[in-house]
Design a binder for this molecule. Structure first.
Ligand code: C2E
Ligand code: CA
Ligand code: CA
Length: 402
């Protein structure tokens, strides 16, 4: 049974700091505020003394040997459920990275303080409401499909295309769609690319998959055209299929067969650029461009989509990766990356597309920064081709155009 006194008692607190003067300053401040501090000068003492009773730990990031970052990892492994305060002299960007690590380890971070700080600042942080404990959920495991199963699905024509609208930022006009592969699996339901793109790439099936998706996307585009809806269609092409010198002719043939024009097609170049013959890729992509296809550098800013590619290959569009867009409204560094990518793209005369626009503030930001097109859940989720005209009617009604 809880008594009022028990509720009032402040919990024991661990202070991990190798600087004895600073540790006693923190401990004294905490004691005066009614807590029961225990000082640990190093990692060993800290973990020896730590119990479930310690509902707050105050950790100095800069420790000789086992630094505070390693301590966070170990606390994460232990499933520590108390609150954490980070203390350091390191610059704010390092402190920011440490905060992300703490969150990544599923720890409850109360806040961080840069040394030196006032007692009042310390107390503001330790008395803050702890964030809810986010149980580290095992990452949704994506059950891998076998290459055989994938081949069977391709042969049985189980792959379909979903389309995600992209709209012009200034006019709000619906201008294009991105074609995204989906597997309508007879037992597992609709599977997203995470389940099969990797398997396809590693088993020489990506060419067949890409060809299937592109054919279907082009035919859908032609159907819309017949219905009076002129849209550009963007298709994802993994660089694994870019070793094929005949690809420009193949693309041209597919547009002719479907009855659309190369100008209506945007080729989004994705995935690993490693181990490719750069000269072959340069030739293939340059010839695509000469045939009238638009070339988009996908996921710009991540892994393989580098400045060098931008300089070498005649891209006509730059697609900003959704990870930057997602953070840009709240994180200054992500915003700088978005800003400078946009300014770079503008100088190179590229069409600028922001993906992963999920919220009003993302939309406001890309508008302010001068992006040309936006794509994301804020506008529309990927949908079946036959649902696109209906979505468009609602979109136009929303714009007051219907
Ligand atoms: P991507 O090219 O970056 O495509 C955008 C992905 O982001 C899509 O995931 C889309 O559904 C998702 N998305 C769109 N808007 C939002 C948003 O506002 N928030 C969030 N959180 N996500 C959003 P999807 O369909 O699962 O595709 C994943 C990746 O698979 C694609 O990333 C692309 O790299 C690859 N992919 C898809 N279709 C094909 C294909 O036909 N061929 C090849 N080679 N790769 C494909
Ligand atoms: Ca893409
Ligand atoms: Ca992307």
């Amino acid at each position: 049974m809880e008594t009022a006194a028990a509720v009032d008692t402040k919990p024991p607190v661990m202070v991990l700091d190798d600087d004895p003067e600073f540790a006693s300053f923190v401990a004294a401040a905490m004691r005066r505020a009614g807590y029961q501090p225990v000082v640990a000068p190093n990692h060993e003492v800290f973990f020896r003394e730590l119990t479930d009773e310690h509902s707050i730990v105050i950790i100095d990031l800069m420790l000789p040997g086992q630094d505070g970052i390693l301590v966070l990892r170990e606390l994460g492994k232990l499933g520590f459920e108390g609150s954490i305060v980070l203390v350091s002299t390191v610059d704010v960007r390092v402190l920011g990275a440490a905060e992300r690590l703490a969150a990544g380890h599923g720890l409850r971070l109360l806040g961080s303080l840069r040394k030196p700080f006032q007692v009042s600042e310390l107390l503001d942080v330790v008395t803050a409401k702890p964030p809810p404990l986010v149980k580290k959920t095992a990452k949704k495991t994506i059950a891998p499909v076998s290459a055989q199963e994938l081949k069977r699905g391709l042969d049985a024509d189980e792959f379909v295309v979903h389309f995600q609208p992209k709209v012009e930022v200034q006019s709000l006009e619906f201008v294009s769609v991105e074609a995204l592969a989906r597997w309508a699996h007879p037992e597992k339901g609709i599977l997203s690319p995470a389940h099969f793109i990797g398997v396809a790439e590693n088993n020489d099936l990506i060419g067949l998959l890409t060809a299937t998706i592109i054919r279907k996307a082009f035919h859908q585009c032609a159907e819309w055209l017949d219905a009076g809806l002129r849209l550009r269609v963007a298709v994802n092409v993994s660089t694994r299929s870019l070793g094929d010198y005949d690809l420009p002719e193949w693309f041209e043939e597919q547009t002719r067969e479907a009855g659309i024009l190369p100008h209506q097609v945007v080729i989004e170049v994705t995935e690993s650029w490693l181990g490719k013959d750069p000269l072959a890729m340069l030739e293939i992509l340059t010839r695509m461009r000469m045939k009238g296809f638009s070339l988009s550098i996908d996921d710009f800013g991540t892994g393989y989509s580098t400045m060098l590619k931008l300089k070498t290959i005649p891209f006509s569009e730059l697609k900003l990766d959704q990870s930057f867009i997602r953070d840009a409204a709240s994180d200054a560094e992500a915003r700088y990356i978005v800003e400078s990518s946009i300014s770079l793209g503008q100088k190179l005369g590229l069409n600028l597309v922001a993906e992963g626009v999920e919220r009003q503030e993302d939309w406001d930001l890309i508008t302010e920064l001068g992006c040309d097109e936006g794509q994301g859940y804020f506008i529309a989720r990927p949908m079946r081709g036959r649902d696109v005209p209906h979505w468009l009617r609602r979109w136009q009604a929303y714009l007051g155009k219907a």
